[in-house]
Ligand binder design. Structure first.
Ligand SMILES: Nc1ncnc2c1ncn2[C@@H]1O[C@H](COP(=O)(O)OP(=O)(O)OP(=O)(O)O)[C@@H](O)[C@H]1O
Ligand SMILES: [Mg+2]
Length: 260
């Protein structure tokens, strides 16, 4: 049984191929201006990696994410909230809370023992606490996202960042740089500020252990550490790239719908 999942987000496209209950191929790329093109590029790369001859070898494909209605080859589409819950729970069945931090959205999802969504909250059409916020900070610091990740909360005295709005926070960070604050302390402050926002979203849903992060921003280790310390709970490291959780969930739904 071979199925596919395609998650077309605001920032990246993700595709996975699952064969007999195992992820055998995946691909992540930056979104193009056309969601349909992003989906084709992502799925073609995953099909090649899985050494399949064509997309017809996949018995069913489900689309998810912001651009899910535009995935040309998907027979059905399912919300990314359900797909992230399912994908993360499949990777680690003890997961009951998922924090998905993507390029433009952050969502906190309460997950049942069966991997379905019990409850969720999401950010309100604002870049605060998302990848866009980190991208604005990386621009202000001229260090790239890798620079933010690499410095990983090494600053012992985090600079307080008072603005939640990414536009104002960007100017605030430029001011801190000009005033001579250590880059490490500024980055620790940025991670602490996003973690604060996320932790209040988690409290709104109600924290049930175990907790995992999905989405591209879960690769920022400093953010993961800050959130873990604010919530006073360990964060489970998923065994497969957490940015793929939504696409994996979509492929699992495809397998379920085939009755396999
Ligand atoms: N190695 C990394 N370290 C830190 N952040 C990263 C890394 N890789 C990706 N990101 C962040 O992940 C974000 C993209 O995440 P993701 O692919 O989950 O978004 P998306 O699904 O397209 O967005 P959304 O779900 O909001 O529509 C980027 O904005 C970037 O900030
Ligand atoms: Mg997403």
């Amino acid at each position: 049984m071979i199925v596919g999942g395609c998650d077309i987000g605001s920032t990246t496209g993700k595709a996975v191929v699952i064969k007999d209950g195992e992820v055998v191929a995946s691909h992540i790329l930056k979104s193009t201006t056309s969601p349909g093109k992003t989906a084709r590029l992502a799925m073609d790369a995953a099909i090649e990696q899985a050494e399949l001859s064509s997309i017809d070898d996949l018995e069913k494909i489900i689309g998810t994410g912001y651009g899910r209605l535009k995935v040309p080859f998907a027979e059905e589409n399912i919300s990314e909230i359900s797909c992230h819950a399912k994908g993360a729970h499949w990777m680690e069945p003890s997961i009951r809370t998922v924090v998905d931090i993507g390029g433009q959205d952050c969502k906190v999802i309460s997950v049942s023992g069966k991997g379905t969504v019990s409850e969720f909250v999401m950010n309100d059409r604002c870049a605060a606490g998302t990848g866009k916020f980190f991208e604005a900070m990386a621009r202000a610091l001229d260090c790239g996202l890798e620079g933010i990740s690499a410095l990983d909360n090494q600053g012992p005295e985090p600079c307080p960042i008072s603005n939640q709005c990414s536009v104002f926070a960007e100017s605030e960070v430029v001011t801190l740089v000009n005033e001579g604050y250590d880059l490490k302390n500024i980055i620790s402050g940025i991670n602490a500020s996003v973690a604060s926002r996320l932790s209040s979203m988690v409290r709104r849903v109600g924290l049930i252990k175990e907790l995992a992060l999905t989405g591209g921003c879960s690769k920022n280790e400093g953010l993961v550490k800050s959130l873990s310390s604010k919530l006073d709970v360990g964060v489970i490291t998923l065994p497969i790239d957490p940015q793929l959780a939504g696409a994996i969930g979509a492929a699992l739904f495809a397998a379920e719908k085939l009755g396999k």
